[in-house]
Design a protein around this ligand. Structure first.
Ligand SMILES: [Zn+2]
Length: 324
């Protein structure tokens, strides 16, 4: 079943996540004590629990009389399906002409949120606004400025929940108005379950998929099962050829990076493993190449560059040093 929220239902699976439930219980205790922060930032990687926690937290804050943690009343069910009138999930709009997602949250969206806060909740105790990403972009200066007063002190009948992978990519003005809470990452068993749910795999296949992605949960969750294994398998052999000064291998590595930018962290880890294996002078060059690939990927993300040319450039030191 696909969730009506902007996230696939696998992201919202929470049942067996003991640490997430404990965190949720702590929020409940805060709420009962009247100490729930107006603006909370849940810090964690996409798909590894922060979305599930945001939705359960929203349910707990909206529900007129929670029966348990998590509550199973019809109202909480509607929050989970993304159809409760008191839950707003804030994401970039889709451009009507091109059909593509816009790059930033608009000032109009920000104004609608602050204007809407004047009215009381429709059914629940509160209105909850979940920001899919508080990073810059999509939450840029102008929209953020229109929201600052609201984030600073929302009315008692409203709460903001902001999601972020890296607080360093959030505007300082937004950061200073939020209480940051780190979302616990799933352990390996939970991760395999999450992957099995997300990609429709058996437990053994999920383990294999995770292994193929060099244990990088973010890459594992984003790559589909057909794409990832061929993409990442043989990477080590290719890296060895590249370290030996094979220009073609460098280009093929770059092409793979282009095919799946999400795998770049896993990718650089393969290079690091190779470095450790090679030792000596080759290792130093491999380490340099891995550092370059990561730095290049960061630059690529910021500047929206093409992954192939950026990665090829980053791997060039392997060639200039000549055969190992
Ligand atoms: Zn409920």
């Amino acid at each position: 079943v696909t969730s009506l929220l902007p996230w696939p239902s696998a992201y919202l699976a929470i049942t067996r996540r003991a640490r997430l439930l404990r965190l949720l219980e702590r929020f409940h205790a805060l709420e009962r004590a009247g100490a729930m922060p107006g603006t909370t930032m849940l810090v964690g990687e996409v798909g590894l629990g922060r979305e599930a926690l945001a939705v359960e937290l929203a349910a707990a804050l909206i529900c007129p009389s929670p029966r348990a943690v998590p509550c199973d009343c019809p109202g909480c069910g509607r929050v989970r399906r993304g159809i409760h009138p008191d839950l707003s999930v804030v994401d970039v709009d889709v451009d009507e002409k091109t059909g593509k997602r816009k790059e930033e949250i608009s000032i109009r969206q920000a104004r609608e949120i602050s204007d809407g806060l004047a009215s009381f909740p429709f059914e629940g105790r509160r209105r909850v606004y979940v920001f899919v990403s508080a990073h810059t972009p999509p939450l840029n200066t102008h929209a953020a400025s229109a929201l600052l007063k609201t984030l600073e002190e929302p009315p008692a009948h409203a709460c903001f929940v902001l999601l972020a992978g890296n607080p360093a990519r959030v505007l300082p003005t937004v950061l200073s108005r939020s209480v940051q809470v780190r979302v616990p990452t799933p352990d390996r068993g939970e991760l395999a379950e999450l992957l099995a749910a997300a990609h429709g795999l058996t437990a053994a296949e999920a383990e294999e998929h995770l292994h193929a992605c060099v244990d990088d949960p973010v890459a594992a969750l984003r790559l589909d099962r057909a794409g990832s294994a061929p993409l990442l398998s043989g990477l080590a052999a290719l890296a060895r050829e590249a370290f030996a000064g094979d220009a073609l291998a460098v280009l093929r590595l770059a092409v793979r990076a282009k095919a799946s930018p999400d795998a770049i962290t896993a990718f650089s880890r393969v290079l690091l493993d190779e470095a450790a294996r090679t030792g000596g002078d080759g290792a130093e060059r491999a380490l340099q190449a891995a550092a370059n690939v990561l730095e290049a990927d960061r630059r690529r993300a910021v500047l929206h560059l093409d992954a192939e040319s950026v990665t090829a450039g980053a791997l060039m030191p392997l060639l200039s040093a000549g055969p190992a």
